[in-house]
Design a protein around this ligand. Structure first.
Ligand code: NAD
Ligand code: UDP
Length: 311
């Protein structure tokens, strides 16, 4: 049995990861400040004898003895991370320093949940890990993108300077049950709007693309990455290469929910990336990983979840 700390464990991805790690027989300490996560995401784990929930903010140091740390604490939706951009930078940068300092002291392995946003509005397509990205350092997404880029730098520096065992995963758009219905991300927005018969809000002309991965595929990828030999640090892309326009996504969701909702267009937010698709050759080679759940199937499961919570 391993003892594992998951920061941001009460969030969408963190709650699925905690559940999977517990099911595999580990002890899990879930740390969260409940900014965008909620206890209800992990309430079903509370009675598990090896699950512990701690309210804590990663911008301040935390002390615990564990074997592994998954560092997921950070708001992920553009609406949430732009709400208090200074706090977003602090969460990524100070959170990374605190978790790396802890890992160094207790000799734990630490995995950073990085993002495809480190590629910014990419000029190379699909994105390989070797691409340095195209990020506006003073734009509205910078607090998140540059915070995550700095966290990657810190991870690599702690590895090189202090021999901390690190792993960096660059996560591409992930969706599934337990996304917050009001977190503003496209999959949750469109499903909630379709179920409520409200207008489907496409920003811009809807021709921008994203590659959507189902949460279970991501969790599998993260666990495989954590188990790689110490000389493999990543970064490694984990995402589903299926690429869709936002217009295609809206039409698919309308069809799946049998909705009467109409599509309406709003202005495209500044610096919104026009295209995004992972090159996953590295994950295939090193982790023997590829996504198993196509968008069609993952959307069905996600819609079924939202039907239980949306009135
Ligand atoms: P989420 O907002 O549901 O989860 C983030 C969790 O971190 C929440 O529970 C929140 O309360 C917690 N948190 C935020 N700031 C904190 C702080 N200062 N201290 C302690 N806890 C804090 O988002 P998610 O989709 O589950 O994302 C989890 C991680 O994965 C994030 O680091 C995000 O950047 C990364 N990621 C997610 C996606 C995606 O598509 N979901 C894509 C790329 C990267
Ligand atoms: N988007 C949209 N309507 C919405 C929410 C988002 O058209 O109601 C678009 C958004 O402009 C972006 C894409 O969907 O081009 C994905 O947005 P999301 O916030 O989910 O993730 P990110 O931009 O961080 O990839």
């Amino acid at each position: 049995m391993k003892s594992i700390l998951v920061t941001g464990g009460a969030g969408f991805l963190g709650s699925h990861l905690c559940e999977r790690l517990l099911n595999e027989g580990n002890e899990v300490i879930c740390l969260d400040n409940y900014f965008t996560g909620q206890k209800s995401n992990v309430v079903h784990l509370m009675d598990h004898p090896y699950f512990e929930l701690v309210r804590h903010d990663v911008t301040t140091p935390f002390f615990v003895e564990v074997d592994e740390i998954y560092n997921l604490a950070c708001p992920a939706s553009p609406v949430h991370y732009q709400y208090n951009p200074i706090k977003t930078v602090k969460t990524s940068v100070m959170g990374a320093i605190n978790m790396l300092g802890l890992a160094k002291r207790i000799k734990a392995k630490v995995l950073q949940a990085s993002t495809s946003e480190v590629y910014g509005d990419p000029e190379q397509h699909p994105q390989k890990e070797t691409y340095w990205g195209h990020v506006n350092p003073i734009g509205p997404r910078a607090c998140y993108d540059e915070g995550k880029r700095c966290a990657e730098t810190l991870f690599v520096n702690y590895h090189q300077q202090n021999n901390v065992r690190i792993k960096i995963v660059r996560i591409f758009n992930t969706y599934g049950p337990r996304m917050h219905p009001h977190d503003g991300r496209v999959v949750s927005n469109f499903i909630v709007q379709a179920l409520q018969g409200k207008d489907i809000t496409i920003y811009g002309n809807g021709m921008q693309t994203r590659s959507f991965q189902y949460v279970d595929d991501l969790v599998e990828g993260m666990i495989r990455l954590m188990a790689t030999p110490d000389d493999f640090t990543g970064p490694v892309n984990i995402g589903n290469p299926g690429e869709f326009t936002m217009l295609e996504l809206a039409q698919l969701i309308i069809q799946k929910t049998n909705s009467k909702s109409k599509i309406v267009h709003f202005p495209l937010p500044a610096d919104d990336p026009m295209q995004r698709r992972p090159d996953i050759s590295l994950a295939k080679k090193v982790l023997d990983w590829e996504p198993k759940v196509p968008l069609n199937e993952g959307l069905d499961k996600t819609i079924a979840f939202f039907k239980t919570i949306v009135k």
